[in-house]
Design a protein around this ligand. Structure first.
Ligand SMILES: C[S@@+](CC[C@H](N)C(=O)[O-])C[C@H]1O[C@@H](n2cnc3c(N)ncnc32)[C@H](O)[C@@H]1O
Length: 260
């Protein structure tokens, strides 16, 4: 791919600057006795982002951050686990934790749209709030398809468009209850001038767009879930939305695809 796309340059800067703030959360999720996903820590038993048995499988995590998803893939028996992340600082945390836990991961510093691995090298690809949110979706899906063997599985969890389309136009936090941005045309969202926590460029296609793009790039969609935060969750602010909000509307959604 050569030069980084403009959004990846900004996202590298943004994530290198934020990496220190993600160390604690990464450490907690590496240390947990069960995997949980997303901003509210929904258990894998409810949102099974990773197959239970990965023995003999090759797994790639796209936008691995602190790499706790990769760690769980290894704990579930994967033969080889590769993670790639655009932030060198996030990779420092991932490498340190992999060493501390004695888990063998191959970690690349780079973008998920251009992974230095051969065609068809993997059975499973996964992205939990990783490159799926921060990479241009056609490039992300096309590269995942290239990396997967026929019949391979891609699962991802990312922001639901409702959480972004109800965000105040000045980029302040939290999201409200009014649609302030158009549904049609939701794709690239640039937060560099946001009033609160400025920085980063995200990609949040609509549900219909994800369906179309998945088919266009060689995937079949097997399952799709809108994530409702449990009643027991705290009602307070969690990233850009409150718990009270996420009990009523989906802030996150998860997808399961097969390469065909
Ligand atoms: C919310 S964090 C990752 C969450 C992850 N599940 C964890 O274990 O921390 C998002 C990550 O995506 C990475 N990222 C953003 N754009 C990327 C891209 N195009 N390719 C690879 N990684 C990317 C960021 O550097 C950041 O580390």
């Amino acid at each position: 791919m050569g030069e980084l796309p403009d959004y990846a340059v900004e996202n590298r800067r943004h994530w290198d600057a934020m990496a220190d703030l993600w160390v604690d959360a990464g450490e907690r999720r590496w240390a947990a006795d069960q995997p949980t996903w997303g901003a509210w820590g929904v258990p894998d038993s409810q949102i099974p982002l990773l197959p239970d048995d990965l023995h003999g499988k090759d797994v790639v995590e796209l936008g691995c951050g602190t790499a706790y998803v990769s760690a769980w893939a290894a704990r579930r028996g994967a033969r080889r686990v590769v993670g790639i992340d655009n932030s060198a600082r996030q990779m420092e945390t991932a490498r340190r934790l992999a060493d501390e836990y004695g888990i063998e991961l191959t970690l690349h510093h780079g973008i998920a749209e251009d992974v230095p691995e051969p065609d068809g090298a993997f059975d499973v690809a996964v992205s939990e709030y990783g490159a799926v949110l921060w990479a241009e979706p056609v490039a992300f899906l096309s590269e995942a398809r290239r990396l997967l063997r026929d019949g391979g599985k891609l699962s991802f969890l990312t922001s639901h468009p409702l959480a972004v389309l109800t965000a105040p136009l000045d980029g302040s936090i939290p999201s409200g209850t009014e649609l302030l941005r158009p549904w049609f045309g939701s794709y690239r969202h640039d937060w560099r001038n946001a009033v609160d926590e400025p920085g980063g460029i995200e990609f949040v296609p609509t549900v219909g767009q994800w369906f179309a793009l998945a088919h266009q790039t060689g995937f079949r969609i097997d399952d799709y879930r809108e994530i409702q935060v449990p009643e027991s969750a705290d009602d307070g602010l969690n990233f850009a939305v409150t718990g009270a909000w996420a009990k009523q509307w989906p802030a996150e959604h998860a997808w399961w695809l097969t390469a065909c």
